[in-house]
Write a new protein. Structure first.
Length: 125
């Protein structure tokens, strides 16, 4: 009986460690900087109901325009910000309408539970 419990616990540990490695702790984002001609970071995860704020820290105008028409920031001058709240699960790909080679995405995941939060540190606003 103890051996069975030990094997189950060990298996669960491997699953949880695998999830942590596969998802990565540093992917959860709440802010994206627009620096020169790139979004930094250009990829990340958030949770449904959470917001991400893009800030143009460069000297050129840019936009945050979602590929599937979910919204757009309009033109962001240096120092301007744009905040978007993710209403549902899915990948939100975006680009700069002024500089189309600038691209990025945010994967909106289900709201996290207490247990999940210990392993995948997403933020909710």
């Amino acid at each position: 009986m103890r051996r069975t419990h030990a094997l189950i616990a060990l298996g669960l540990l491997f699953v949880l460690v695998g999830m942590r490695v596969a998802v990565g702790q540093n992917l959860a984002i709440t802010e994206v900087d627009i620096v020169d001609f790139a979004y930094q970071p250009d990829a990340g995860v958030s949770s449904v109901g959470s917001s991400v704020t893009w800030t143009n820290t460069g000297s050129f105008n840019h936009t945050v325009t979602f590929d599937s028409g979910q919204g757009s920031s309009g033109t962001l001058a240096s120092g301007d910000t744009f905040t978007f709240t993710f209403p549902s699960m899915g990948r939100y790909s975006y680009h700069c309408a002024i500089h189309p080679s600038m691209t990025g995405y945010v994967d909106a995941l289900p709201p996290v539970s207490f247990f999940t939060r210990a392993w995948i540190p997403l933020t909710t606003n």
